[in-house]
Design a protein around this ligand. Structure first.
Ligand code: ADP
Ligand code: MG
Length: 278
């Protein structure tokens, strides 16, 4: 019991992040699953209120890298990192930092829309804020629901069915709801792992438009396999590659989207974006 109280005290030591802390810099990051080095020695910086697209072949470690940015990687047993992920100069892996604060500040959206199936649309939007212990009056909660759903261009479509199940929504609407759930805890950074790969072209377009709108407020890092999408939504691109099975993924090249698509420095980057592998 005593130990538990001690660890709770420890976690309270650092102050929570403020919305203005948006600049992520990754230094000498190695990411492991047990003894397996999945991603090796990444150095990259993500500009505030920019969209950075992570591209590269399957298995090169894009999802693993993304999850290391908000400390979701370590949730997998045996998973760990060496190196640093700095938020405005502060290492997110420092001992006095609570991973749940990191995950609230750096939100995540997954490949398959994953609204909580037993919750209403309204409860889904509020779920993250409730988890983080935020106390709200009914009016404040209503306002937050409206704001978050408006931010993701979903309010008009769902305002008359807020207490209905989230599962009644289309795939594209569910994905926007999941983005609203992330937005409702006031993050500064949003990570998206192939957020459109399960969606039809029209829903994809609406998510892409939403990304362009959200980057006015948030730093966004998005994994995508769709080169047209990377060109449409991103300001910067990071190309990851893998030399062979069992080898670690590496960051090969990073730069503005125009540069990476028009005249990349590396042959492997050019081959990948033109669809030639190996
Ligand atoms: P990508 O998203 O680029 O397709 P991943 O990050 O999913 O790549 O995978 C990178 C490497 O890490 C792969 O070799 C994959 O098999 C391995 N990996 C992914 N998740 C786990 C896990 N939970 N346990 C062990 N190895 C994993
Ligand atoms: Mg992946």
């Amino acid at each position: 019991m005593e130990n538990q109280d001690e660890s709770k005290k420890d976690k309270k030591k650092h102050k929570k992040f403020s919305k203005s802390e948006q600049h992520i810099e990754v230094k000498n990051l190695n990411i492991y699953y047990g003894d397996f080095l999945a991603v090796e020695d990444v150095n990259i910086s993500f500009k505030p209120r920019n969209v950075t697209a992570l591209i590269g072949p399957s298995g090169c470690g894009k999802s693993t890298f993304l999850r290391s940015l908000n400390r979701m990687h370590e949730v997998t047993p045996g998973a760990r990192i060496t190196g640093e992920v700095l938020l405005d100069g502060r290492n997110l892996y420092d001992k006095d930092i609570d991973p749940s604060d990191v995950r609230a500040h750096i939100g995540m959206v997954f490949q398959r829309p994953n609204p909580f199936p037993t919750m209403s649309i309204r409860q889904n939007v509020l779920s993250g804020a409730k988890l983080s212990g935020q106390k709200m009056s009914k009016e404040e909660a209503d306002e937050l629901v409206k704001q978050a759903l408006s931010d993701v261009n979903l309010w008009e479509e769902v305002k008359d069915r807020l207490d209905k199940s989230a599962l009644g929504l289309s795939g594209g609407q569910q994905q926007r709801l999941c983005i609203a759930r992330a937005v409702a805890v006031s993050p500064a950074v949003i990570l998206m792992d192939e957020p459109c790969s399960a969606l039809d072209p029209i829903s994809t377009k609406s998510i892409e438009e939403l990304i362009t709108k959200l980057k006015k407020q948030f730093t966004i890092v998005i994994v995508t396999h769709n080169m047209q999408q990377a060109q449409r939504v991103s300001d910067n691109v990071a190309f990851f590659n893998i030399a062979g099975t069992g080898m670690p993924g590496k960051l090969i090249e990073t730069g503005s989207t125009n540069k990476i698509f028009d005249h990349p420095d590396e042959k492997a980057t050019k081959a990948y974006i033109h669809g030639r592998f190996g």
